[in-house]
Ligand binder design. Structure first.
Ligand SMILES: Nc1ncnc2c1ncn2[C@@H]1O[C@H](COP(=O)(O)OP(=O)(O)OP(=O)(O)O)[C@@H](O)[C@H]1O
Length: 258
């Protein structure tokens, strides 16, 4: 799907980890939100990134996607040190993310929201879009199951539709690596299944995904591998079956839903 994967076979062999975090720490004053965290994301996998409330998951996404730099540590994307690069530079390299709190432009249609996500310096008029931008936005609309809502405003969408719009806006930047923050929150189990199908189809198209969610059933059913953090530190890294049975994980969740 993406135009960002332009590496030769040799380069790919050296950089088969799409993303590598080494000793990443993020402090907010006296609060250490992410604490000496290291992990890798492999090409083409769907990685779950879980942990109790306040464990540092969103802050890790913020550091990787360039919302703010880590306090220390290194973030490498396809073999290149991208630590502290701003969000627009990382988007150009192929990293996109969705947010827990949706932030669509409510005075624009669903189609315009997706089209605008493709234009780096947002031109706030669809008439300025090139025909291929609109065509691509229509393709994405269809891809995320919003074709019947294309000309509606975001505030007319049901909750599951807003989530799909959030994914569609991220797809507008043509990512290689998609970081998804809590995609299952507020969805029915049927909607979780449909969202799972969407993410699997994106992976089939060559995308790599990292997904945060508190819905353990939905998440562990979706992912190939799971990283678990607690108080900003990694406490487990394994398959969904290994994570379900890991005593350290069960303790971190204090009998939560695992
Ligand atoms: N901008 C900020 N300023 C100060 N502290 C922050 C900031 N952002 C996050 N924190 C703190 O950092 C810690 C980690 O927060 P973060 O939102 O990354 O956790 P999380 O694992 O994503 O939690 P949740 O599952 O509840 O979304 C928390 O103690 C939080 O209060």
């Amino acid at each position: 799907m993406s135009t960002h994967s332009t590496h030769s076979a040799d380069e790919t062999a050296q950089t088969e980890d799409v993303l590598r975090l080494e000793n990443v720490t993020k402090q907010f004053g006296s609060v250490t939100a992410v604490d000496d965290l290291s992990f890798t994301v492999h090409e083409g996998e769907i990685l779950g990134f879980i942990g109790p409330n306040g464990a540092g998951k969103s802050t890790t996404f913020d550091c990787v996607s360039g919302t703010f730099p880590p306090t220390s540590g290194t973030i490498t994307y396809r073999g290149e040190d991208v630590t502290g690069r701003p969000q627009h530079a990382l988007v150009q390299k192929g990293i996109a993310r969705t947010y827990q709190t949706f932030r669509p432009l409510n005075d624009r249609t669903v189609l315009e929201n997706i089209a605008l996500s493709q234009v780096p310096d947002s031109l706030f008029s669809l008439s300025d879009f090139r025909a291929d931008t609109e065509e691509r936005a229509r393709e994405i609309c269809e891809r995320v199951g919003l074709e019947q809502y294309a000309s509606q405003r975001p505030d007319e969408l049901p909750h599951a539709g807003l989530l799909r719009l959030e994914v569609g806006r991220a797809l507008g930047t043509d990512p290689d690596l998609l970081l998804v923050d809590e995609p299952f929150a507020g969805l029915t189990s049927d909607e979780v299944d449909r969202t799972t199908e969407l993410f699997r189809s994106l992976r089939e198209d060559g995308m790599t995904l990292v997904v945060i969610d508190h819905n353990m059933h939905g998440l562990l059913d979706l992912v190939d591998r799971v990283i678990v953090i607690s108080f900003g530190e990694k406490i487990a890294d394994g398959t969904p079956a290994e994570i379900r049975n890991d005593p350290a994980v069960q303790e971190a969740y204090l009998g939560g839903e695992l």
